[in-house]
Design a protein around this ligand. Structure first.
Ligand SMILES: *[C@@H]1O[C@H](CO)[C@@H](O)[C@H](O)[C@H]1NC(C)=O
Ligand SMILES: *[C@@H]1O[C@H](CO)[C@@H](O)[C@H](O)[C@H]1NC(C)=O
Ligand SMILES: *[C@@H]1O[C@H](CO)[C@@H](O)[C@H](O)[C@H]1NC(C)=O
Ligand SMILES: *[C@@H]1O[C@H](CO)[C@@H](O)[C@H](O)[C@H]1NC(C)=O
Length: 318
């Protein structure tokens, strides 16, 4: 999701049906705000399998203005129980809890890494590491910064490891008349980051002129996000606008080369999940920030007018 005060540009109500072809949304959210610090907003889910317990584990953002990172566990993806020591980062700690991305690839360093957006949106990304993914997070200094000096507001991201390189698809917004777009960065050590593709975003992901595209993620398998699948394709889930930065719907795209190649938007270029346009529903003007695992996509449904969000789930039709 994105913050209203910055981004409430043009809201076009949509009367589209709930779904395109292959996914069915559950009518009600699977996680809704329940604590004061959550400020009517839980969003930006990342769901992985929690192999130690045979459950699913979700990382998510708590809070609309002052943010923190929460964790919840579930057996079936529908009923979630919050981690007893939530939130795992303190609200208002100056480091930010927005757009959490966690990697459980501990192969090289023994650490889990947590990426969040700095609370001022423009000072890049806070990277923290922990040995168990829940406690004792320590900050890793890094130099991730604007890809082009024009896009300066950081948003959602997906990070994965390929050979010895950490790869990052990062949403960065141009708030001076532009929109949110997705860029590629790489790093060998998570500290020094280089923007790739000559600092150019993937414009082919855009669905309408002058409209945003962001919220990138790949599917998780066995608790880890996988970039390329067995046949050499990256399968990207993301959200994009039809008229500026809002409203947004969820799309899927594939590519065989994220550095030199392009994305093909699947499903004939149509959304796979759509916002409801109904102010009595949680996903009034956004479905965003998809996280795919098994036959489920988790996402946030938002009402940017009244500053509420909740986490929804959709199931693949069989
Ligand atoms: C993290 O990944 C490792 C290696 O795949 C796995 O053994 C472990 O269970 C995972 N932990 C969680 C919480 O997903
Ligand atoms: C980060 O530092 C490295 C090494 O000094 C440099 O090559 C890279 O361009 C810097 N990255 C950014 C995004 O400024
Ligand atoms: C990999 O992704 C491509 C593109 O979406 C898909 O056609 C193919 O079936 C996938 N392969 C596997 C092994 O899942
Ligand atoms: C926002 O909240 C107000 C007051 O509850 C309500 O009248 C209005 O319909 C809501 N708007 C939307 C878009 O949800």
């Amino acid at each position: 999701m994105i913050r209203t005060s910055l981004l409430l540009l043009c809201i076009a109500l949509s009367t589209h049906g709930i779904n395109a072809e292959e996914w069915t949304k559950l009518p009600d959210p699977v996680l809704t705000a329940a604590h004061d610090y959550e400020q009517n907003c839980v969003c930006e889910p990342l769901v992985m399998s929690d192999q130690g317990t045979n459950k699913y584990r979700m990382y998510y953002r708590s809070g609309w203005g002052t943010t923190a990172v929460g964790v919840a566990f579930s057996d079936d993806g529908k009923t979630w129980e919050r981690y007893e020591n939530n939130p795992i980062t303190p609200p208002g700690d100056g480091l930010g809890g927005m757009q959490p991305w966690v990697t459980n690839d501990t192969s090289s360093s023994g650490f889990w890494y947590l990426f969040t957006t700095h609370p001022d949106w423009t000072s890049g990304v806070t990277i923290r590491r922990s040995t168990d993914g829940l406690t004792n997070w320590e900050v890793v200094e890094n130099n991730l910064s604007s890809p082009d000096g024009v896009h300066t507001y950081f948003g959602n991201r997906v990070m994965w490891k390929e050979d010895d390189l950490w790869c990052l698809l990062q949403e960065v917004g141009d708030m001076k008349g532009g929109v949110w777009e997705i860029f590629l960065y790489t790093s060998k050590d998570l500290k020094d980051w280089a923007v790739r593709r000559n600092g150019k975003p993937y414009v082919e992901l855009q669905r309408s002129a002058n409209s945003m595209y962001g919220g990138p993620s790949f599917e998780t398998f066995n608790g880890q996000v996988v970039g390329k699948n067995e046949t050499g394709y990256y399968n990207l889930y993301y959200h994009a606008g039809s008229d500026g930065n809002l409203p947004t719907d969820i799309y899927r795209a594939s590519s065989v080369d994220v550095v030199g190649g392009e994305w093909t938007v699947e499903n004939g270029g149509e959304a796979i999940l759509m916002h409801s346009g109904n102010e009595n529903k949680f996903d009034y003007d956004q479905v965003a920030d998809p996280s795919r695992i098994n036959d489920m996509i988790f996402y946030d449904g938002d009402n940017n007018v009244n500053a509420t969000c909740a986490i929804g789930m959709s199931k693949k039709k069989t």
